[in-house]
Design a protein around this ligand. Structure first.
Ligand code: SF4
Length: 322
């Protein structure tokens, strides 16, 4: 069906957005496809998703459906995780150029080299890693379960990658273990400064502060609550405070407003590495791109079978331990 206008990257009118959304949903039904959107996606993309959530949660949900196609509106490693957990399904990524800069800060070869240096350590990878890296490690963790899982590991020595902020936050909570932490970081989260958070606290003294653990340790120190995106949603929408200062990607505001519009959510306005206040690779997924992808079944995510097999093990081990 022709939706009546040219699909290109430009500002769409409200009417065009509505029509395109309708068409994407129709195609999803016709093709038995499921659409997943990460919390940091654009509102108009979140609105066409079957599920909106954290990356692992989304991949697990999709694996439990009988959909033939998964359209993952998120960054590349998320699509890879969906493929690892649903190897028989076709996984489509609306923008193959949308990678995660932090996930790309460590390679499988670097992990192999580090193994030689630390043969007695258990290698723990944040879920925000490429499939190639997952295939090299002992276990994966999320920002929600990392301290709990790592406490349960037998090894005294932990190599944690790729996020230094999350690694340091976890290490504080598991002092009985020795940590070797990779120096990767999430550019948007690392951009928030303690000074900026202090200013917001001064401006809104009654507000609670919720911080994502990918933020700098000095920012984390100022938090009333530290947690994953899903945990922040629960906290911010239910905490006994009218205002919440939320230190994470601004895309989350849409979900927070939908879940509890009776509170005020204050996000910092710092510019990041690409001159925006948001994760620019996440926002590289646009509604027209989703439409083109599902319509033509393009941008399929493919992984070698042995990588799927080896990368699944650390994820399954994490699920067993959690
Ligand atoms: S917010 Fe950070 S971790 Fe998430 S995709 Fe963007 S760069 Fe990667």
């Amino acid at each position: 069906m022709n939706v009546g206008f040219e699909i290109q990257e430009r500002e769409l009118t409200a009417e065009e957005i509505k029509e395109l959304q309708k068409e994407v949903r129709r195609l999803a039904q016709e093709k038995n496809a499921i659409i997943l959107a990460h919390y940091y996606q654009r509102p108009e993309v979140q609105d066409i998703a079957d599920f909106v959530g954290d990356s692992l949660e989304l991949s697990r949900k999709a694996a439990n459906t009988d959909a033939d196609i998964i359209v993952f509106c998120g960054v590349r490693f998320m699509c890879e995780t969906a493929k690892i957990l649903s190897p028989q399904k076709k996984v489509l990524h609306p923008n193959p150029e949308s990678g995660c800069p932090m996930a790309d800060m460590v390679t499988a070869e670097q992990v192999r080299k580090l193994r030689e240096e630390h043969p007695d350590a258990e290698f723990v990878a944040y879920i925000n890693t490429t499939a190639d890296v997952k295939a090299e490690v002992d276990i994966c963790v999320t920002s929600a379960n990392a301290p709990k899982i790592i406490k349960k590991l037998e090894a005294k020595k932990i190599v944690f990658l790729p996020d230094q902020a999350l690694g340091q936050w976890v290490a504080k909570q598991v002092p009985e273990k020795e940590f070797i932490i990779w120096k990767g970081f999430c550019p948007p989260h690392f951009e928030f400064t303690a000074r900026e958070v202090m200013k917001l606290k001064e401006k809104y003294p009654d507000a609670k502060v919720a911080v994502h653990p990918e933020c700098h340790p000095k920012v984390i120190e100022l938090a009333d609550f530290v947690g994953s995106t899903s945990q922040i949603i629960k906290y911010a929408t239910s905490v006994d405070a009218k205002r919440v200062i939320v230190i994470t990607e601004v895309g989350l505001k849409y979900t927070l407003m939908k879940k509890n519009p009776n509170k005020e959510y204050i996000f910092p306005e710092s510019m990041n590495y690409c001159g925006t206040v948001y994760c620019c690779t996440m926002k590289g997924i646009t509604l027209p791109k989703v439409y083109e992808t599902i319509k033509n079944e393009i941008n399929e995510v493919e992984l070698p079978e042995d990588i799927i097999e080896r990368a699944r093990r650390p994820i399954e081990r994490m699920l067993e331990l959690s």
